[in-house]
Write a protein of this length. Structure first.
Length: 190
């Protein structure tokens, strides 16, 4: 019985008989299995994963590569069942990898420093803001400019500003609040 399938044409052999020949390194028998199942397997992958033809082709090739590399492990059970078990595992691995890849990409996007383009835009925005701020400060009273300068340029604390300007701390806080609200309003209109 074993010898009988050695003399049959490959197209007359069952998948399991072909796989027995493949397990003895018969690459023609492997070619016949590929010819019989590649298209169906490709369609299976195409329907299961994102309807991406290139990805389906890659997975189909990977499935047949695994069949060839594990040819000596075929136990004689149904070849078709073995083939789709391999295909199912490839799909699971692809989905698992895709989820991890998306999570990684999201992590990188959230923690990635600004790109050069965004740094240029930020620099331009900062420059435009500085020009608008300077224009508003020039329109202010000398006391307003001094208060702004002491707090935001010289970075003095409220008690230090109160001492420099010889006014109560409450007055400094009140004037700073009014100053920042006025600037915020005018700069938002600009």
């Amino acid at each position: 019985m074993i010898l009988s399938h050695l003399f049959k044409p490959l197209s007359a052999l069952t998948d399991d008989e072909l796989m027995q020949r493949v397990s003895t390194d018969d690459d023609r028998a492997f070619g016949e299995l590929y010819h019989r199942h590649a298209r169906r397997l490709m369609g299976f992958f195409f329907r299961q994963i994102e309807r991406d033809e290139a990805l389906a082709a890659d997975l189909m090739q990977d499935a047949f590569l695994r069949i060839w590399t594990a040819r000596d492990k075929f136990t004689g059970t149904s070849f078709r069942t073995w083939l789709f078990t391999i295909a199912f595992n490839l799909i699971k691995n692809h989905i698992r990898h895709s989820v991890h890849q998306k999570q990684f990409e999201q992590f990188v996007a959230q923690h990635q420093p600004a790109t050069e383009d965004s740094k240029i835009i930020e620099t331009l925005d900062d420059a435009a803001f500085d020009v608008a701020l300077r224009q508003e400060l020039e329109r202010m009273s000398p006391d307003g400019r001094l208060l702004f300068s002491l707090r935001f340029e010289e970075e003095l604390s409220v008690p230090q500003i109160a001492e420099v300007m010889a006014i109560p701390e409450g007055t400094v806080k009140s004037r700073l609040h009014t100053l920042t609200q006025t600037l915020k309003q005018k700069l938002n209109q600009a």
